[in-house]
Design a protein around this ligand. Structure first.
Ligand code: SAM
Length: 488
């Protein structure tokens, strides 16, 4: 994983498994968060059942879908540029090509999209993918199609995702949808709706299916996984209205972790994203109790200033966050922690920014995903606050944040030099066909000479060197899957 990622640049093409033939070709690109990539696997599954065959060649596609992100303005600009490209291809090579926009941007702009971008035939929000067969039938008949209805219940628990671009080793499993946190900067509650959790039984079944297919690691996905709560279905906010029996037998995130880790002791389990106000000590104890739950928490903080945290409606203080970091280190040995940070939120002063830098020095994050504030229409911050930090100030603060992250990231990586760590081999190294690449429990990409090992093996690797993003070493043998994940 790269230290500094611009989520919106992760567009890809995909390959689907075919179910029945309809002679038509689908091309799909995904942008944004892991959730979007996971959603594209749901979409792929729904359309594969309709007989769509996929292609990696845009020019030969009958249906082009783009799964979009609205989190920052730049993410939306990227999609608009892709639509221009689709338009050129349609005019030049493929006049019958149909184009659909999926995901958060579809939800945000709704039918306005059809007016603004003439190329778009279909607009589908994140909760409406099961309606795709009907929507495709409509555009086939020459009408534009829109479904952006948000659901109280939809979790796609009953759709078996088609694994796209899979390495056959690691997979995402979605466990919650939507978000109730209402951070003032964030568009997600408006584009993905209220928070709801997926039936643990269907989560276990999906994981069992992955294990049967040889997968070795899952990442449980949600905007706020710590808030997971299954009480028979429905919105998280309606939990209090559930029957006493439903409340008493509810499954929270800590319980879900125990259930998954125990059910599949040889499967690595990760999760993302955590929220400081919702992660419980029970979750930390569950992580400590199971060897197969990875020692890594993505714990966005966004700012180190109490005043800005309050303006962002983040429901914790700087001190509470620091206390949480201390508890993580007390309860979980060698736990890596990563952050999301926003530079230049409205009203942010130099003193607020210094608080962010000093918090980063305190935590010593292993990784970071750092962004300049981007005002999003409809959010509370856009409605109530002026975007008053000049662009060049945002940029300068962001680069100072990135500098601290690079330094602490390198320090944290150096901790592993001289130690032996368990690595799950995922793929060939990008830089050398003589080396494997895989991650250790703490999520550090680790490269080492291939030897006789193969993709999917758990290997103990002695670390000899590092950069701030990568550990470099030599394999010393297979992991026995019971001993320490880091030998000191
Ligand atoms: N649910 C997680 C949380 O609450 O922390 C992550 C939400 S978001 C999909 C991923 C990251 O994008 C956020 O953590 C935040 O740092 C960043 N982000 C969200 N809205 C933003 C905005 N308006 N401007 C800049 N960055 C933003």
């Amino acid at each position: 994983m790269e230290k500094v990622i611009e989520e919106e640049k992760q567009g890809t093409t995909v390959q689907l498994n075919d179910k029945k033939e309809n002679g038509r070709k689908l091309y799909i690109e995904s942008y944004g968060c892991q959730m979007n990539f996971s959603d594209s696997e749901i979409v792929a599954s729904i359309l594969a059942k309709e007989g769509f065959n996929t292609t990696n060649t845009l020019e030969e596609a009958d249906l082009v879908l783009v799964n979009t992100c609205s989190i920052r303005e730049k993410a939306e600009q990227t999609v608009r540029k892709r639509l221009e490209k689709f338009n050129r291809v349609k005019e030049r090579d493929n006049p019958n090509m149909k184009v659909g926009v999926l995901g958060c941007m579809a939800e945000r702009l709704k039918s306005k999209f059809l007016e603004e971008e003439k190329i778009v035939d279909m607009v589908v929000g994140p909760d409406a993918y099961k309606d795709l067969p009907n929507l495709v039938a409509e555009i086939d008949e020459g009408r534009d199609a829109v479904n952006v209805i948000l659901s109280k219940e939809e979790t796609y628990g009953d759709v078996a995702p088609v694994r796209l671009h899979s390495n056959g080793v690691t997979a995402f499993v979605s466990i919650t949808r939507g978000c109730d946190n209402m951070c003032t900067f964030c568009v997600v509650p408006f584009t993905r709706g209220r928070e709801r959790s997926r039936d643990p039984q269907s989560i276990l079944e999906e994981i069992q299916d992955l294990v049967n297919k040889g997968f070795k690691e899952v990442t449980l996905l949600g905007q706020n996984v710590d808030s997971y709560l299954w009480y028979g279905g429905g919105l998280k906010k309606d939990f209090k209205k559930a029957s006493p029996m439903a409340q008493a037998t509810a499954v929270d995130f800590a319980k879900l972790l125990h259930i998954v880790a125990k059910a599949q002791p040889n499967l690595r389990v990760r999760f993302s994203t955590s929220n400081p106000q919702d992660i419980s000590d029970d979750v930390l104890h569950a992580m400590a109790a199971h060897r197969n739950i990875c020692n890594y928490i993505h714990l966005p903080v966004q700012s180190g200033s109490d005043r800005i945290l309050k303006e962002m409606n983040r429901l914790h203080t700087r001190q509470e966050y620091m206390d949480l970091i201390d508890r993580i280190h007390d309860i979980i040995e060698d736990c890596a922690i990563s952050q999301d940070m926003i530079a230049g939120f409205p009203t942010e002063t130099e003193a607020d920014h210094q608080d962010t830098l000093s918090l980063m020095e305190y935590v010593k994050y292993d990784y970071g995903f750092m962004f300049a504030y981007s005002e999003r229409p409809g959010t509370m911050a856009a409605r109530k606050m002026e975007d008053d930090v000049p662009e060049e100030v945002k940029k300068r603060r962001l680069s100072e944040i990135i500098d601290v992250q690079r330094r602490t990231g390198l320090e944290r990586a150096q901790y592993f030099v001289g130690k032996t760590v368990e690595v799950l081999i995922e793929k060939e190294s990008k830089r050398s066909d003589q080396h494997w690449a895989g991650r250790n429990s703490q999520n550090y990409m680790t490269v080492f000479p291939k030897g006789n090992f193969k993709v999917g093996d758990f290997v103990m690797v002695k670390i000899t060197d590092c950069t701030s993003a990568t550990l470099i070493g030599e394999a010393v043998g297979y992991s026995d899957m019971t001993g320490p994940i880091t030998i000191k």
